[in-house]
Ligand binder design. Structure first.
Ligand SMILES: *[C@@H]1O[C@H](CO)[C@@H](O)[C@H](O)[C@H]1NC(C)=O
Ligand SMILES: *[C@@H]1O[C@H](CO)[C@@H](O)[C@H](O)[C@H]1NC(C)=O
Length: 422
């Protein structure tokens, strides 16, 4: 065995391990990025049975082509109501959907903000019903306790709207209280640092730097540029009369400035400031006061304590109510699928809702296959031709708005709450 090689290896093993672990975490990161967070929630009319509708879709998209992984999306027997009500609801549910979507993202991004330097833990804190978001979605179960299906569709939508509206309002109050606290603390902390020209000087000086309780004398604090130190030392005694000789002391310095004391007669203090300024020596207003000094330090530690005290309950509130919002959001999607399916496919209620997790590389193929399966459901979409028809078609007055239109009921659900702004 070559000893030199062995020694070399041992000496560099740490570096090699670092490189290796960087490399693997990079790969893990890239895989996470590649994992699609987009799902397609669709519905199609029941064939002879709904099970058959499901099998047909699953056969052509998943089993034969690996275009997607599919899940049955279970929607309970909801109350249909009248056609008029359904048409009205269709519009309102669209608005409710984007409202709940927005609040859900807001709660998630505020949680990220509150976590500050632990922001990398955001993803694992975003859960629905104590589980993974994808699992909640793919195994969706209507929450009968929260959203009783004996109620009309309109009432269920109202329950969700009120609940999420309350969360939105409380988020505004809670975040503004916490943000105020945070920025007061930041401001105070900023004053503890920064240039000697602006920063708080209290914790740089000590009692013995100052002449105290003198009827005639006072001690000033002067900020002197580094290039002016020798100028200061040679000349400060001559700036006015009645300066105590040898009274200047360098108390502190930063990259650009030094902080000097000088003791003189009170009655020349103003004149001294004036002459000092002419030579670019800046006198800082400062009175040594132990009581105030302690109060300042107390204020910071009080703010730090307050912030720590609020952090835990706030994070808990955000986590729980993120889950509430996310679950409410998926229920809105379920309501939308139900209403649109009844409007499009008619009564009696007979449709199968299905959740597709598209394989990222094959979304276009998947779209084509869905069009082959369901293109016949809408004659106007069919006229546009086989492949062109499923580009965005805006149908005014039908409440589809800017959304893409397809011959089948379709809603996109993106569960990425961390990166996407969508
Ligand atoms: C799905 O495929 C299986 C065999 O792979 C077949 O037995 C079944 O009839 C198909 N179902 C439909 C509805 O096409
Ligand atoms: C969720 O938010 C609502 C509305 O602000 C609030 O009443 C409820 O207590 C919150 N849940 C938790 C566990 O904090």
């Amino acid at each position: 065995m070559n000893i030199v090689a062995l020694v070399y290896l041992l000496e560099h093993i740490e570096m090699l391990i670092t490189i290796y672990s960087c490399f693997t975490s990079l790969i893990i990161m890239m895989n996470k990025k590649r994992k699609m967070s987009e799902y397609w929630l669709i519905s199609a009319p029941g064939d002879k049975t709904c099970q058959q509708t499901w099998e047909t879709l699953n056969n052509v998209t998943s089993k034969q082509n690996s275009l997607s992984i599919n899940y049955k999306f279970h929607i309970p027997d909801l109350k249909v109501g009248t056609l008029d009500q359904l048409v009205g609801l269709s519009d309102d549910l669209g608005k409710l959907d984007s409202f709940v979507d927005q609040v859900t993202h807001k709660v998630a991004s505020y949680l990220g903000e509150v976590l500050e330097d632990q922001r990398d833990k955001l993803q694992e804190n975003l859960m629905a019903n104590n589980g993974d978001l994808a699992v909640y979605l793919t195994h969706f179960q209507w929450d009968m306790a929260k959203y009783p299906i004996k109620q009309s569709l309109r009432n269920i939508a109202d329950i969700i709207s009120k609940q999420v509206g309350q969360i939105d309002a409380d988020l505004k109050t809670k975040s503004s209280v916490y943000n105020n606290l945070k920025s007061s603390l930041q401001n105070m902390e900023k004053k503890q640092t920064g240039s000697l020209l602006t920063r708080n000087l209290a914790d740089l000086v000590r009692k013995e730097h100052f002449i105290q309780d003198s009827e005639y004398l006072t001690t000033l604090l002067v900020v002197v540029p580094k290039s002016g130190f020798s100028d200061w030392n040679q000349n400060y005694e001559k700036l006015t009369d009645m300066i105590v000789p040898r009274s200047s002391q360098l108390v502190s310095q930063d990259n650009d400035y030094g902080l000097f004391t000088v003791t003189l007669f009170k009655k020349v203090a103003e004149e001294f400031k004036h002459h000092a300024r002419e030579k670019k020596f800046i006198v800082r207003e400062f009175t040594y006061n132990e009581v105030e000094l302690a109060a300042g330090k107390n204020e910071i530690s009080k703010l730090v304590t307050d912030k720590k005290k609020q952090f835990g309950p706030l994070v808990r509130w955000l986590k729980v109510n993120f889950s509430e919002c996310f679950c409410a959001w998926i229920h809105v999607k379920a309501l939308r699928v139900f209403v649109e399916s009844v409007l499009r496919y008619g009564l009696p209620v007979n449709f199968q809702a299905m959740l597709l997790h598209p394989n990222k590389k094959n979304t276009k193929r998947l779209r084509d296959v869905l069009h082959q399966l369901y293109g016949h459901l809408d004659s106007s979409a069919q006229q546009g031709g086989a492949s062109g028809a499923h580009d965005s078609v805006d149908i005014p007055g039908l409440g589809f708005g800017q959304a893409e239109y397809f011959p089948y009921v379709y809603y996109k659900i993106n569960i990425d709450m961390v990166d996407s702004k969508a």
